[in-house]
Design a protein. Structure first.
Length: 518
């Protein structure tokens, strides 16, 4: 009886402590909501300008995400309706055109993204493109605003209060400037949100994690500063966003990117809600598209696998298969692997070549690695591949095959084959040359492939063929010129080009594109 009484007492104490914690959290939430006028703000439209960092598109793995000018950003948020429209206008500005993200930007690049409840879509002029895969993140972006965060915190069933002392970015190892901060934490769907509230009851930071095929559970946070009063409502006039951790000062730095969006707000309209966002029937009925893998035989034992925006090349050797590129994500690469097994069912996938470390070309590498393939990449990829990509760390948001069913013997064996300047993979008959593309502005560590017997050149992002019949550019892009320089320097003699975007073309089309002759 004593044990039962004590046990009941422990349970009651735990329940009382939990209730007290929830009450304390709700008191902090209420104070912050009153301070910034959550109940007085139904909707807001604001416009600003700054820069955008192209996530996962850095030139060098040790650099921050490459930046372009954010000439304007306009957000119209209706908190009551759970809707937001966001228009961005990007320009190259004074930023050097290095890295990915379809740079250099010529003129203005305009995007318009919308979400209303459980529906998301994009607009290009009058054209509507359903975007059902974007609903979760766009709703999350509403909740990451200070007023959205506090609304969601009030509605949460189990908000938690954590209090700690922080020196923050203004501190340093020898700083004595520390502030006592309240952190409100709760679940919003699959996402855990952590909001930092200061002694003025302002929401300084909202942090969470989002799933990413390359990085797994990826840090996603926003910092709010320069608060201003708009009647009873307070709004931050500066938005600074991190995607991935701000840890580039920790040596060795092999993944320094984190700054993705910063803008200062110049114009604000409070409670001018405007017309409601109404999804079209096509948007309401759209489903998330499933990946397709379609193949074309381009030479004996060489197959061009397309069906989406990013392509792969299957090369059959005597005793094994090689896949050049595992792009986008696990779903895309699994579709490609299914096509590989259909085309050549009785040979193992021994190698997967990664052209470069941009995340859209790297997102399926874990799936190919799980299949049993050794990853082939440039030597600059080594630390990032081994320490960040090919790991068995838990992925809680979107578990993949490598995290759920880790083939632990791989960790003890052969993971990565590195290319310095030029390597070859051969079975004594077929040869695939792998060549470091020097001097290109798109990505340090870029590899191209060349099949000398078939005279086929395989490349990514350096040359994407224009539409058939389109005039060549007035000035050839620097990336395409770098490709031509390297083909010349290595004495290659291609007849065909297999781009990993676009379509297969004769090499003479490429020569026309760069205004060269053979």
């Amino acid at each position: 009886m004593v044990k039962r009484f004590l046990g009941t007492g422990v349970v009651l104490l735990a329940l009382m402590s939990g209730t007290a914690a929830a009450q304390d959290a709700r008191a902090v939430i209420a104070s912050a909501a009153a301070a910034i006028g959550v109940d007085q703000l139904n909707c807001v439209t604001y416009t600003g300008s700054g820069y955008q960092g192209m996530f996962g598109q850095q030139f060098d793995i040790r650099e921050d995400w490459p930046r372009v000018e954010l000439a304007s950003i306009t957000r119209a948020i209706n908190y009551d309706a759970g809707s937001m429209s966001e228009e961005r206008v990007l320009r190259q500005g004074d930023n050097p055109p290095r890295g990915g993200g379809r740079v250099p930007i010529q003129g203005d690049r305009r995007t318009l993204a919308m979400v209303a409840g459980e529906f998301a879509w994009n607009m290009q002029g009058a054209n509507v493109s359903p975007a059902p895969q974007a609903v979760g993140l766009r709703q999350l972006d509403i909740v990451r605003t200070p007023h959205g965060f506090l609304r969601a915190a009030r509605a949460a069933s189990d908000p938690v209060l954590i209090t700690r002392w922080e020196s923050g970015a203004t501190g340093g190892l020898n700083s004595t400037v520390q502030r006592k901060l309240n952190i409100i934490s709760f679940m919003f769907g699959q996402y855990r949100l952590n909001g930092t509230i200061n002694d003025e009851n302002l929401v300084e930071r909202v942090q969470t994690w989002i799933p990413d095929p390359v990085r797994g559970d990826l840090n996603y946070e926003v910092e709010n500063t320069r608060w201003q009063d708009f009647g009873p409502v307070k709004l931050p006039m500066n938005w600074h966003q991190h995607t991935d951790w701000d840890d580039e000062t920790q040596e060795p730095n092999y993944n320094g990117g984190h700054n993705t969006l910063t803008f200062l707000i110049s114009d604000v309209d409070v409670n001018e809600c405007g017309p409601a966002l109404t999804p079209t029937d096509a948007v309401r009925t759209a489903a998330i598209p499933q990946p397709r893998a379609e193949s074309q035989k381009v030479a004996e034992g060489v197959f061009y696998i397309t069906g989406g925006s990013h392509h792969s090349v299957l090369i059959e050797f005597r005793d094994f298969n090689l896949l050049f590129e595992a792009p986008q994500n696990q779903a895309r690469t699994l579709a490609v692997l299914a096509e590989v097994r259909r085309l050549v069912p009785d040979k193992p996938l021994r190698y997967v070549v990664n052209s470069h470390l941009h995340f859209d070309h790297l997102g399926g590498i874990r799936a190919a690695f799980h299949e049993g393939a050794t990853v082939v990449a440039h030597r600059t990829s080594r630390d990032f591949m081994k320490q960040e990509v090919l790991t068995y760390a838990a992925r809680t948001l979107e578990p993949d095959l490598l995290s759920l069913h880790p083939p632990t013997e791989f960790a003890e064996g052969y993971q990565v084959e590195l290319v310095e300047q030029k390597n070859a993979i051969t079975d004594g008959d077929r040869i695939l040359e792998l060549i470091y593309v020097q001097g290109n502005p798109h990505a340090e560590g870029m590899l191209m492939g060349y099949l000398p017997r078939e005279r086929i050149l395989i490349e990514a992002d350096l040359f994407t063929p224009p539409a058939a019949g389109a005039a060549p550019p007035a000035s050839p892009p620097a990336s395409a010129m770098a490709l031509w320089d390297n083909v010349q320097a290595h004495g290659l003699d291609p007849v065909s080009v297999l781009p990993l975007h676009g379509r297969m073309v004769p090499y003479t089309d490429f020569l026309t594109f760069v205004a060269k002759t053979e």
